[in-house]
Write a protein of this length. Structure first.
Ligand code: BDR
Ligand code: CA
Length: 309
């Protein structure tokens, strides 16, 4: 089992990601921390508590920062809705929020672990960046950081920036330059990690209560997706499960193809703030710091997801 800490902002695709991480035999979730992003800190915390309770798992869930390092919080309610998880109302949580803040919980989980822990981050990188700045002594206890964020090509919240990096570019740059092995599931690969109509029908046909709830959440997401001729596949019937990639890679890296590249985050651009500059041609003459994924075996990826339903 791979020990993991998950930092997330549920978020519809974050919920799918949590399900896979908590249910798969290859990952052992030691801690969940919440990152303000898709919705406010209060709402993403509430969603995390409700969803983890709903699927009957027990894990510490600790509260992260209320806002990015320097900027005002930007949320994605146009995609994830007023609550952050679409139109679905989950039952009241039975789990309670941890009484220690995210950074404190992360430090203690890392220090107590017998082997280096993988961090999976699927929201803005505020908490992970703060951890690395405040506690560099825990770096040797972090095996790798698998993030959903960034894009080598086009963005989704501005022409060049992807949402998670756009929300807190300064924190993201701290993470990128940390010297810890990083795997980046950016939009280049997550746009290929989708469910098609057949998969959705299968999900619906599964018929248990959980798959019904997920189906309902995903319906909301479908109507809100980005589409342009530059984003393939170009049909409204596909549902991109961005955050799932960051966990799927940890479970089975053979699903993906990627390249080691130097990556830096644009923090100053007039029109490009929050863009990940991915030196895929090596023209910047810098040592690679990130393994950037660009392809996924979609069928096997979907099978992996369905294996935990
Ligand atoms: C990312 O932005 C969020 O809205 C999703 O949860 C995902 O983490 C995709 O750009
Ligand atoms: Ca997310």
């Amino acid at each position: 089992k791979t020990p993991v800490i998950i930092d997330c902002d549920p978020g519809i695709d974050d919920v799918m990601m949590l399900l896979l991480a908590l249910r798969h035999e290859k990952t052992e979730v030691k801690l969940i921390t919440t990152s303000a992003g898709n919705q406010t800190q209060d709402k993403v915390m509430d969603n995390a508590l409700r969803f983890v309770s709903y699927i009957g798992e027990e894990v510490e869930i600790a509260r992260g920062s209320e806002k990015p390092f320097l900027r005002d919080l930007v949320i994605a309610d146009h995609i994830h809705g007023e609550s952050g998880i679409g139109g679905v109302e989950l039952p009241e949580a039975t789990l309670e929020e941890s009484d220690r803040p995210a950074i404190e919980a992360m430090v203690s989980v890392l220090k107590e672990a017998d082997e280096p822990v993988t961090i999976i981050a699927t929201g803005p990188l505020t908490n992970v960046g703060a951890l690395l700045l405040a506690h560099p002594e825990v770096k040797p206890k972090i095996k790798q950081i698998s993030i959903m964020g960034g894009a080598a090509r086009g963005g989704n919240v501005s022409p060049k920036a992807e949402f998670n990096i756009y929300v807190d570019p300064e924190a993201a740059e701290v993470v990128m330059q940390s010297g810890i092995p990083i795997v980046m599931s950016g939009l280049d690969v997550t746009h290929k990690a989708y469910l098609d109509q057949k998969d959705l029908d299968l999900l619906k046909a599964t018929g248990n209560e959980l798959s019904k709830t997920l189906y309902e959440m995903l319906q909301h997401y479908m109507d809100a997706q980005d589409s342009s001729p530059f984003l393939e596949p170009y049909h409204s019937e596909v549902l991109r499960l961005h955050d799932l990639c960051a966990v799927a890679y940890v479970i089975d890296p053979s699903l993906f193809e990627g390249q080691d590249c130097y990556v830096t985050v644009e923090t100053a651009g007039y029109t490009t703030a929050g863009a990940t500059v991915v030196d895929h041609l090596g023209t910047m003459n810098k040592s690679p710091n990130v393994h950037v994924l660009h392809d996924v075996e979609r069928k096997r990826f979907v099978e992996l997801f369905f294996s935990v339903l």
